[in-house]
Write a protein that binds this ligand. Structure first.
Ligand SMILES: [Zn+2]
Length: 342
Protein backbone atom coordinates (compact mmCIF):
# COMPACT_ATOMS: atom_id res chain seq x y z
CA UNK A 1 0.00 0.00 0.00
CA UNK A 2 1.43 3.42 -0.97
CA UNK A 3 0.34 6.47 0.94
CA UNK A 4 1.29 10.11 0.65
CA UNK A 5 1.20 11.49 4.18
CA UNK A 6 1.24 15.28 4.47
CA UNK A 7 4.64 16.93 4.52
CA UNK A 8 4.70 17.70 8.24
CA UNK A 9 5.00 14.01 9.08
CA UNK A 10 8.50 14.20 7.59
CA UNK A 11 7.69 11.19 5.39
CA UNK A 12 7.35 12.05 1.70
CA UNK A 13 5.77 8.71 0.90
CA UNK A 14 5.06 5.54 2.82
CA UNK A 15 5.09 2.06 1.36
CA UNK A 16 3.77 -0.59 3.69
CA UNK A 17 2.77 -4.23 3.42
CA UNK A 18 4.06 -7.78 3.79
CA UNK A 19 7.18 -8.16 1.66
CA UNK A 20 7.08 -4.63 0.15
CA UNK A 21 10.86 -4.27 0.37
CA UNK A 22 11.29 -7.09 -2.17
CA UNK A 23 12.92 -5.90 -5.42
CA UNK A 24 12.65 -2.29 -4.29
CA UNK A 25 16.18 -1.43 -5.45
CA UNK A 26 16.02 -3.30 -8.75
CA UNK A 27 15.18 -0.25 -10.85
CA UNK A 28 17.39 2.26 -9.08
CA UNK A 29 20.12 3.65 -11.31
CA UNK A 30 22.78 3.80 -8.64
CA UNK A 31 22.57 3.48 -4.89
CA UNK A 32 24.58 2.95 -1.76
CA UNK A 33 23.42 1.14 1.36
CA UNK A 34 23.93 2.11 5.00
CA UNK A 35 23.33 -0.81 7.32
CA UNK A 36 24.71 -3.23 9.90
CA UNK A 37 25.67 -6.88 9.37
CA UNK A 38 22.51 -8.53 10.76
CA UNK A 39 19.91 -6.39 8.95
CA UNK A 40 21.96 -6.55 5.77
CA UNK A 41 21.97 -10.36 5.89
CA UNK A 42 18.17 -10.27 6.15
CA UNK A 43 17.57 -7.63 3.52
CA UNK A 44 20.19 -8.11 0.81
CA UNK A 45 18.35 -10.91 -1.00
CA UNK A 46 15.04 -9.06 -0.81
CA UNK A 47 15.85 -5.62 -2.11
CA UNK A 48 17.39 -6.57 -5.48
CA UNK A 49 19.91 -4.49 -7.46
CA UNK A 50 23.61 -4.11 -6.76
CA UNK A 51 24.73 -1.26 -4.50
CA UNK A 52 27.73 0.86 -5.50
CA UNK A 53 28.87 0.52 -1.93
CA UNK A 54 27.69 -0.97 1.36
CA UNK A 55 28.61 1.15 4.36
CA UNK A 56 28.44 -0.63 7.71
CA UNK A 57 27.91 1.56 10.76
CA UNK A 58 30.78 1.17 13.18
CA UNK A 59 30.64 4.52 14.94
CA UNK A 60 28.40 7.57 14.85
CA UNK A 61 31.25 9.91 15.85
CA UNK A 62 31.24 12.75 13.32
CA UNK A 63 34.90 12.29 12.42
CA UNK A 64 34.31 8.69 11.41
CA UNK A 65 31.07 9.46 9.59
CA UNK A 66 32.74 12.26 7.61
CA UNK A 67 35.56 9.91 6.68
CA UNK A 68 33.03 7.37 5.37
CA UNK A 69 31.29 10.16 3.46
CA UNK A 70 34.52 11.11 1.70
CA UNK A 71 35.07 7.54 0.58
CA UNK A 72 31.67 7.26 -1.09
CA UNK A 73 31.39 6.81 -4.87
CA UNK A 74 28.88 8.74 -7.00
CA UNK A 75 25.29 7.66 -6.37
CA UNK A 76 21.70 8.81 -6.81
CA UNK A 77 20.07 7.27 -3.82
CA UNK A 78 20.87 6.19 -0.27
CA UNK A 79 19.08 3.10 0.99
CA UNK A 80 19.22 2.93 4.79
CA UNK A 81 18.45 -0.51 6.19
CA UNK A 82 18.37 -1.42 9.88
CA UNK A 83 17.77 0.24 13.25
CA UNK A 84 18.36 3.78 14.47
CA UNK A 85 22.05 4.16 13.66
CA UNK A 86 21.91 2.68 10.16
CA UNK A 87 18.95 4.93 9.39
CA UNK A 88 20.68 7.98 10.88
CA UNK A 89 23.82 7.35 8.84
CA UNK A 90 21.71 7.12 5.68
CA UNK A 91 19.93 10.36 6.59
CA UNK A 92 23.24 12.11 7.11
CA UNK A 93 24.69 10.97 3.75
CA UNK A 94 21.47 11.83 1.93
CA UNK A 95 21.48 15.31 3.44
CA UNK A 96 25.17 15.95 2.75
CA UNK A 97 24.97 14.72 -0.85
CA UNK A 98 21.45 15.97 -1.52
CA UNK A 99 20.50 12.47 -2.66
CA UNK A 100 17.17 10.68 -2.49
CA UNK A 101 16.68 8.65 0.69
CA UNK A 102 14.89 5.33 0.99
CA UNK A 103 14.60 3.98 4.53
CA UNK A 104 13.84 0.37 5.33
CA UNK A 105 13.64 -0.03 9.12
CA UNK A 106 14.17 -3.63 10.22
CA UNK A 107 13.17 -2.79 13.79
CA UNK A 108 10.89 -0.04 15.10
CA UNK A 109 12.43 0.43 18.55
CA UNK A 110 13.25 4.10 17.91
CA UNK A 111 11.69 6.78 15.74
CA UNK A 112 14.83 7.63 13.68
CA UNK A 113 12.97 6.75 10.48
CA UNK A 114 10.49 9.64 10.85
CA UNK A 115 12.74 12.33 12.30
CA UNK A 116 14.52 14.69 9.93
CA UNK A 117 17.85 15.18 11.70
CA UNK A 118 20.50 12.50 12.17
CA UNK A 119 21.82 11.69 15.63
CA UNK A 120 25.58 12.13 15.29
CA UNK A 121 28.09 12.12 18.12
CA UNK A 122 30.45 15.05 18.44
CA UNK A 123 33.02 14.37 21.15
CA UNK A 124 30.73 11.56 22.35
CA UNK A 125 27.79 13.87 22.86
CA UNK A 126 24.72 13.30 20.65
CA UNK A 127 23.84 16.20 18.36
CA UNK A 128 20.95 16.28 15.87
CA UNK A 129 22.25 17.37 12.50
CA UNK A 130 20.85 17.84 9.01
CA UNK A 131 17.47 17.50 7.43
CA UNK A 132 16.24 14.65 5.28
CA UNK A 133 13.00 12.88 4.56
CA UNK A 134 12.44 9.37 3.23
CA UNK A 135 10.88 8.76 -0.17
CA UNK A 136 9.62 6.23 0.48
CA UNK A 137 9.68 4.98 4.06
CA UNK A 138 9.33 1.24 3.53
CA UNK A 139 7.48 -0.67 6.23
CA UNK A 140 7.87 -4.34 5.40
CA UNK A 141 6.00 -6.11 8.19
CA UNK A 142 7.72 -9.47 7.66
CA UNK A 143 11.14 -7.88 7.76
CA UNK A 144 10.34 -5.92 10.94
CA UNK A 145 9.07 -9.10 12.60
CA UNK A 146 12.49 -10.71 12.14
CA UNK A 147 13.82 -8.39 14.89
CA UNK A 148 13.45 -9.47 18.53
CA UNK A 149 9.89 -8.79 19.77
CA UNK A 150 11.13 -6.94 22.85
CA UNK A 151 12.92 -4.37 20.71
CA UNK A 152 9.96 -3.74 18.42
CA UNK A 153 7.60 -3.40 21.37
CA UNK A 154 10.03 -0.88 22.89
CA UNK A 155 8.89 1.44 20.09
CA UNK A 156 5.81 2.34 22.17
CA UNK A 157 7.93 3.99 24.88
CA UNK A 158 8.07 7.39 23.19
CA UNK A 159 4.30 7.25 22.54
CA UNK A 160 3.15 6.10 25.98
CA UNK A 161 5.31 8.89 27.39
CA UNK A 162 2.55 11.25 26.22
CA UNK A 163 0.73 10.13 29.38
CA UNK A 164 3.31 11.63 31.75
CA UNK A 165 4.61 14.39 29.47
CA UNK A 166 1.22 16.04 28.92
CA UNK A 167 0.61 15.93 32.67
CA UNK A 168 3.92 17.77 33.18
CA UNK A 169 3.10 20.33 30.52
CA UNK A 170 -0.28 20.99 32.12
CA UNK A 171 1.37 21.27 35.52
CA UNK A 172 3.90 23.75 34.16
CA UNK A 173 1.11 25.93 32.76
CA UNK A 174 -0.78 25.81 36.09
CA UNK A 175 2.34 26.98 37.87
CA UNK A 176 3.07 29.81 35.48
CA UNK A 177 6.04 27.99 33.93
CA UNK A 178 5.30 28.60 30.29
CA UNK A 179 8.60 27.86 28.57
CA UNK A 180 6.38 26.41 25.86
CA UNK A 181 2.93 27.95 25.77
CA UNK A 182 0.41 25.28 26.71
CA UNK A 183 -2.45 24.62 24.29
CA UNK A 184 -5.36 22.46 25.40
CA UNK A 185 -6.10 21.65 21.78
CA UNK A 186 -2.58 20.26 21.29
CA UNK A 187 -2.88 18.26 24.50
CA UNK A 188 -6.18 16.79 23.27
CA UNK A 189 -4.61 15.78 19.97
CA UNK A 190 -1.76 14.12 21.84
CA UNK A 191 -4.20 12.19 24.04
CA UNK A 192 -5.86 10.95 20.87
CA UNK A 193 -2.52 9.47 19.77
CA UNK A 194 -2.07 7.90 23.20
CA UNK A 195 -5.55 6.39 23.17
CA UNK A 196 -5.15 4.93 19.71
CA UNK A 197 -1.96 3.22 20.91
CA UNK A 198 -3.68 1.93 24.05
CA UNK A 199 -6.55 0.56 21.94
CA UNK A 200 -3.99 -1.54 20.05
CA UNK A 201 -2.30 -3.01 23.14
CA UNK A 202 -2.87 -6.65 22.14
CA UNK A 203 -1.82 -6.03 18.52
CA UNK A 204 1.34 -4.37 19.74
CA UNK A 205 2.13 -7.26 22.08
CA UNK A 206 1.69 -9.69 19.18
CA UNK A 207 3.28 -7.36 16.61
CA UNK A 208 0.51 -7.84 14.12
CA UNK A 209 0.47 -5.60 11.05
CA UNK A 210 -2.05 -3.40 12.87
CA UNK A 211 0.23 -3.24 15.88
CA UNK A 212 3.20 -2.16 13.76
CA UNK A 213 1.00 0.39 11.97
CA UNK A 214 -0.18 1.78 15.30
CA UNK A 215 3.43 2.55 16.29
CA UNK A 216 4.42 4.00 12.89
CA UNK A 217 1.26 6.11 12.65
CA UNK A 218 1.75 7.23 16.24
CA UNK A 219 5.23 8.53 15.39
CA UNK A 220 3.97 10.31 12.28
CA UNK A 221 1.08 11.86 14.22
CA UNK A 222 3.52 13.09 16.87
CA UNK A 223 5.50 14.77 14.08
CA UNK A 224 2.31 16.34 12.70
CA UNK A 225 1.89 18.06 16.05
CA UNK A 226 5.49 18.69 17.01
CA UNK A 227 7.19 19.82 13.81
CA UNK A 228 5.00 22.94 13.44
CA UNK A 229 5.30 23.58 17.19
CA UNK A 230 9.08 23.31 17.17
CA UNK A 231 9.31 21.19 20.33
CA UNK A 232 8.44 17.70 21.56
CA UNK A 233 6.87 18.63 24.85
CA UNK A 234 3.87 16.36 24.23
CA UNK A 235 6.05 13.29 24.59
CA UNK A 236 8.99 14.47 26.65
CA UNK A 237 8.82 15.29 30.34
CA UNK A 238 9.79 13.88 33.71
CA UNK A 239 9.92 10.28 32.40
CA UNK A 240 12.77 11.34 30.08
CA UNK A 241 14.50 13.48 32.72
CA UNK A 242 14.64 10.47 35.05
CA UNK A 243 16.37 8.55 32.26
CA UNK A 244 18.87 11.38 31.60
CA UNK A 245 19.97 11.30 35.24
CA UNK A 246 20.27 7.52 35.29
CA UNK A 247 22.17 7.41 32.01
CA UNK A 248 24.64 10.02 33.18
CA UNK A 249 25.04 8.22 36.52
CA UNK A 250 25.66 4.77 35.05
CA UNK A 251 27.26 5.70 31.73
CA UNK A 252 25.32 2.84 30.21
CA UNK A 253 23.19 2.60 27.10
CA UNK A 254 19.59 1.39 27.56
CA UNK A 255 16.92 0.29 25.12
CA UNK A 256 15.17 3.64 24.91
CA UNK A 257 11.58 2.39 25.16
CA UNK A 258 12.38 0.17 28.14
CA UNK A 259 13.99 2.88 30.25
CA UNK A 260 11.28 5.37 29.26
CA UNK A 261 8.75 2.72 30.37
CA UNK A 262 10.39 2.67 33.79
CA UNK A 263 10.27 6.48 33.79
CA UNK A 264 6.54 6.38 33.01
CA UNK A 265 5.98 3.84 35.80
CA UNK A 266 7.77 5.99 38.40
CA UNK A 267 6.64 9.44 37.28
CA UNK A 268 2.97 8.56 36.77
CA UNK A 269 3.00 7.54 40.44
CA UNK A 270 4.71 10.75 41.55
CA UNK A 271 2.15 12.68 39.50
CA UNK A 272 -0.77 10.63 40.96
CA UNK A 273 -1.71 10.33 37.32
CA UNK A 274 -3.57 7.06 36.57
CA UNK A 275 -0.53 5.03 37.56
CA UNK A 276 -2.44 1.72 37.69
CA UNK A 277 -3.99 2.27 34.28
CA UNK A 278 -0.76 3.07 32.43
CA UNK A 279 1.09 0.26 34.22
CA UNK A 280 -1.60 -2.17 33.14
CA UNK A 281 -1.21 -0.94 29.54
CA UNK A 282 2.57 -1.47 29.63
CA UNK A 283 2.06 -4.95 31.09
CA UNK A 284 -0.52 -5.85 28.46
CA UNK A 285 1.84 -4.72 25.71
CA UNK A 286 4.72 -6.71 27.20
CA UNK A 287 6.94 -3.62 27.49
CA UNK A 288 10.04 -4.60 29.47
CA UNK A 289 10.21 -1.69 31.90
CA UNK A 290 11.25 -3.55 35.06
CA UNK A 291 14.73 -2.73 36.42
CA UNK A 292 15.63 -6.45 36.36
CA UNK A 293 15.21 -6.49 32.56
CA UNK A 294 17.76 -3.70 32.21
CA UNK A 295 20.21 -4.81 34.89
CA UNK A 296 19.50 -1.74 37.06
CA UNK A 297 20.40 -2.36 40.69
CA UNK A 298 18.14 -1.25 43.55
CA UNK A 299 20.84 0.95 45.11
CA UNK A 300 21.51 2.68 41.78
CA UNK A 301 17.84 3.51 41.33
CA UNK A 302 17.55 4.82 44.88
CA UNK A 303 20.56 7.10 44.41
CA UNK A 304 19.25 8.29 41.06
CA UNK A 305 15.85 9.23 42.49
CA UNK A 306 17.48 10.93 45.48
CA UNK A 307 19.50 13.11 43.14
CA UNK A 308 16.82 13.78 40.55
CA UNK A 309 15.54 17.15 41.80
CA UNK A 310 19.08 18.51 42.05
CA UNK A 311 19.90 17.16 38.59
CA UNK A 312 16.95 18.83 36.84
CA UNK A 313 17.53 22.12 38.67
CA UNK A 314 21.10 22.24 37.44
CA UNK A 315 20.12 21.61 33.85
CA UNK A 316 18.68 24.85 32.58
CA UNK A 317 17.57 23.32 29.29
CA UNK A 318 14.93 21.14 30.98
CA UNK A 319 11.27 22.13 31.28
CA UNK A 320 9.26 22.39 34.48
CA UNK A 321 7.81 19.01 35.49
CA UNK A 322 6.45 17.11 38.49
CA UNK A 323 10.07 16.70 39.64
CA UNK A 324 10.17 20.44 40.39
CA UNK A 325 6.81 20.33 42.11
CA UNK A 326 6.71 17.19 44.25
CA UNK A 327 9.39 16.50 46.82
CA UNK A 328 10.81 13.02 46.39
CA UNK A 329 11.06 11.66 49.94
CA UNK A 330 12.99 8.64 51.21
CA UNK A 331 9.66 7.05 52.19
CA UNK A 332 8.29 7.44 48.69
CA UNK A 333 11.48 6.05 47.13
CA UNK A 334 11.19 3.04 49.48
CA UNK A 335 7.58 2.57 48.51
CA UNK A 336 8.07 2.83 44.74
CA UNK A 337 11.21 0.69 44.60
CA UNK A 338 9.50 -2.00 46.71
CA UNK A 339 6.88 -2.36 43.99
CA UNK A 340 9.50 -2.88 41.26
CA UNK A 341 11.42 -6.06 40.34
CA UNK A 342 15.21 -6.14 40.59
ZN1 LIG B 1 12.38 9.49 23.85
Amino acid sequence: MIEKPDSVTNVTSLLSGDGVSRHICEDLKSFIVTTMPIPWELAKQRIGGTPEKIVFVDSMEQERVEQQLEELPEFECVVAIGGGQAIDLGKYFSWKRQARLITIPTVISVDAFVTSAAAIRINRKVEYIGNSTPNPLVIDYDLIRTAPNDLNIAGVGDLLSIHTAIYDWTLAAKNGQNQNQFHQNTADQAYKILNSIIDRAEDIRNLTNQGIDAIINGYMDVNRICLPLGHYRIEEGSEHYFFYELEERTGRAYVHGHIIGLGIYIMSHLQKNKHEMITDVMDRMGLKYQPKNMGIKLQTLIESLENLRKYVCEREDLWYTVIDKETITHEWIDYITNKLEF
